[in-house]
Ligand binder design. Structure first.
Ligand code: F6P
Length: 342
């Protein structure tokens, strides 16, 4: 049997560990052959392939990014996308596809499996940890580590100058990175997309922090928005996914804080540093196990499924179910962090 592998959507530390796990077990235990498709769905769409065998996966475990490349190409948006994918799979003699991706990539895999009979197994990835059906996605732990280290460093410089330091972290729809790194780094304010914030309340927390002679750290997820609808309309724009959000919420918030409190404020946008570099040990462990279980699903002919972490077990869930709903921060968890605000 020949198996195709692709990585789609935003890259994420741990992708190479999945590819390695899939290929090592597939070749060693099942005698399968592999072909890599370059840049997510663009690969099968355009017949762009990469050789994938044991030598090709040697040494890639600790490497960030993906040796296969990635893109946000959606074959369902091409009129003849399905026909072209079928042609590539036939030409490459590929009988199963392992698709490693987030909401969009797996959404396509769900439809290809369910509606077009193209045998896909999904592996969830995103640093945002916002895929339902799995307790954790790999990449998240690494991103939280990067953000926590940044917050630790920002505490000392903030205190030297008695300034407010606003740290903008990733998370368009979910505040998992903000919540976890904010708690781990001892932030004084954490703002997440799930709950609109009141700028005056944030300023109140900041002022109370200065009263005890500590410089406040504000962690804000990139998708967080103020309660004030007028502010959102005035400063909001549509992102590439068509969602309205404040562009540069960190910069914007620092300016508001300066104007309203008279305190000096600076912003650090962590951006893609959270996605790059070597995966943490936890992410390598999770990604490797996802890879091993994905190739087992192929062996079992269990298509239209996604591997997922439940507790410490790896289980299989229907792809359609897994991509149907985003996993956002539970208000109870967020409320728990509130004791540290101010
Ligand atoms: O989905 C992961 C994510 O990292 C988001 O948090 C972020 O908004 C987005 O990807 C940015 O992706 P890109 O810059 O690749 O478009």
């Amino acid at each position: 049997m020949r198996v195709g592998v692709l990585t789609g959507g935003g890259d994420c530390p741990g992708l190479n560990a999945v590819i390695r796990g899939v290929v090592r077990k597939g070749v060693q235990e099942y005698g399968y052959g592999f072909v890599g498709f370059r840049d997510g769905w663009r690969g099968p769409l355009e017949g762009d392939t990469v050789p994938l065998d044991i030598p090709a996966v040697r040494g890639i475990l600790p490497r960030g990014g993906t040796v296969l490349g990635s893109s946000r190409t959606n074959p369902l948006k091409h009129e003849d996308g399905i026909r072209r994918i079928r042609e590539t799979l036939a030409k490459e003699e590929v009988e199963a596809l392992i698709t490693i991706g987030g909401e969009d990539t797996l959404g396509v895999a769900a439809r290809l499996s369910g509606e077009y009979g193209i045998p896909c197994v999904g592996v969830p990835k995103t640093i945002d940890n916002d895929l339902s059906a799995t307790d954790y996605t790999f990449g998240f732990d690494t991103a939280v580590g990067v953000a926590t280290e940044a917050i630790d460093r920002l505490h000392t410089t903030a205190e030297s100058h008695m300034r407010v330091l606003v740290v903008e972290v990733m998370g368009r729809h979910a505040g998992w990175i903000a919540l976890h790194s904010g708690l781990a780094g001892g932030a004084n304010v954490i703002l997440i997309p799930e709950q609109r914030f009141d700028v005056d309340q944030v300023c109140g927390w900041i002022e109370s922090r200065f009263k005890v002679r500590y410089a406040p750290i504000v962690v804000v997820a990139e998708g967080a928005m103020p309660k004030d609808g007028d502010l959102v309309l005035k400063h909001g724009t549509k992102d590439s996914f068509g969602h309205v959000r404040l562009t540069g919420v960190g910069e914007w918030l620092a300016k508001e804080i300066e104007e309203r409190t008279g305190k000096e404020a600076r912003t650090t946008v962590l951006g893609h540093t959270q996605r790059g570099g070597t995966p943490s040990a936890f992410d390598r462990w999770l990604a490797t196990r996802f890879g091993l279980h994905a190739i087992d699903a192929v062996r079992d002919g269990d298509f239209g499924k996604m591997v997922a972490l439940r507790g410490t077990d790896i289980v299989r869930v229907p792809l359609a179910e897994a991509t149907a709903k985003l996993k956002t921060v539970d208000p109870k968890l967020y409320a728990e962090a509130g004791v540290f605000f101010g």
